[in-house]
Design a protein around this ligand. Structure first.
Ligand code: AOF
Ligand code: ZN
Length: 354
């Protein structure tokens, strides 16, 4: 058979159905990971939706399985078009290959959003379908799909978690007062937003100075959703055990140069000296299958990551009203080209890069 891809001749209706599949995929947020979020829509010859499904949880059936199980009796799949947001898998993982299922069920026409970068699949899913004579077209709404699964794609392609650097700075560009003294910078809307962000990432990290000076809880209080894994760098183990991060209230990893036995909810990971710190931390996070980290500071950690090129997104909340004045702790250098997005949060402005 001719295995060359068909030209992209998607209609607006194709895009509408793929957008629906992406919306379904999102229902697997928090539960599908470390698998990608995947959605699937089956439409009849008139373009009407006859079945839907998504990958609901890690280890569970894939999106295509759930969608095909929902196809009502009497519907001939050969007369339908299947929209799926990720290349159907070709491997025997926790479930048998979705490509085989589509073939067995008589699908003739498949539209895909993103290629699966997983080396177990990576093109083999398409090859299986095309060898069976199925029409396969790819890349519909690919940018939206890449954004939806940006954490999964980053882990697969860069072998490290997706890294979001976040800080709040005063109108005059400081993140703390003299000597690192905490200053209330953000307003209530920004604070809520930060708590929502915490629910969206798997882990949250701070450096030593921030842990010491701010005594942060790094949990979620102002938005519904799961708490992230807490990560703190404390090379010399100087953080007082009375600080929130060491209270054992939720799983916390401490990166340190000193050996220390784990205790309730606290895991101590020995990392080498300064220069090798980041690779060691990223290795540990890979081993834990952490797909994303919200790095909440401080500027020393942010600057270290910025200089190493280890970031995917930067989110800066800048107050319109709070000033700190000379002597404060300066915000990380934002020598990035081009402002990507700017949002108005009332008393604060949000800048998003990346
Ligand atoms: C699909 N449809 O809905 C998903 C796919 O461990 P397993 O067996 O669940 O396989 C996980 C891998 O399968 C994952 O890394 C990705 O490559 C693919 N995910 N594929 O056809 C789906 N979630
Ligand atoms: Zn599959």
């Amino acid at each position: 058979p001719d295995l060359t891809p068909e030209p992209e001749d998607f209609t607006a209706h194709d895009a509408l159905l793929m957008r629906r599949a992406l919306d379904l995929a999102l229902l697997g947020a928090h539960t599908a990971r470390p698998n990608p979020m995947v959605g699937c829509v089956v439409a009849d010859a008139d373009g009407r939706v006859v079945a839907e499904g998504w990958h609901e949880r890690y280890g569970g059936p894939h999106a295509e399985v759930n969608a095909l199980n929902n196809v009502p009796p009497g519907i001939d799949l050969a007369q339908c078009r299947v929209y799926v947001t990720l290349e159907p898998c070709s491997h025997f993982g926790k479930t048998p290959p979705c490509a085989d299922l589509l073939i067995a069920r008589g699908a003739r026409d498949v539209v895909v959003c993103n290629d699966d970068p997983n080396p177990l699949v990576a093109g083999r899913g398409y090859a299986k379908l095309r060898e069976a004579g199925i029409r396969v077209r790819t890349g519909l709404l690919a940018d939206e799909g890449r954004r939806l699964n940006r954490r999964f794609f980053t882990v697969q392609e860069r072998n490290r978690p997706y890294l979001i650097l976040k800080w709040a700075e005063s109108r005059d560009g400081f993140v703390a007062g003299p000597g690192g003294q905490p200053v209330a910078i953000s307003g209530p809307a920004a604070k809520m937003l930060v708590h929502r962000w915490r629910t969206e990432e798997q882990a949250i990290m701070v450096g030593t100075r921030t842990a010491l000076n701010d005594n942060p809880q790094l949990n979620v209080r102002e938005w519904p959703g799961p708490n992230p894994l807490r990560l703190v760098i404390d090379r010399t183990l100087t953080l007082p055990t009375t600080h929130h991060l060491l209270d054992g209230s939720q799983p916390t990893v401490v990166y340190t140069n000193k050996e220390q036995p784990d205790r309730d909810n606290l895991s101590f990971v020995t990392v080498p000296a300064q220069q090798d710190l980041l690779p060691a931390i990223l290795d540990d996070l890979n081993a834990r299958r952490v797909q994303s980290v919200l790095v909440e500071g401080g500027p020393a950690l942010h600057t270290m990551l910025l200089e190493a090129g280890l970031w995917d997104e930067i989110r800066v909340l800048r107050s319109r009203t709070v000033r700190i004045g000379a002597g404060g702790v300066v915000a990380p250098p934002l020598s990035l080209t081009g402002l990507r997005e700017q949002h108005d949060l009332g008393p604060d402005e949000l800048f998003v890069f990346g």
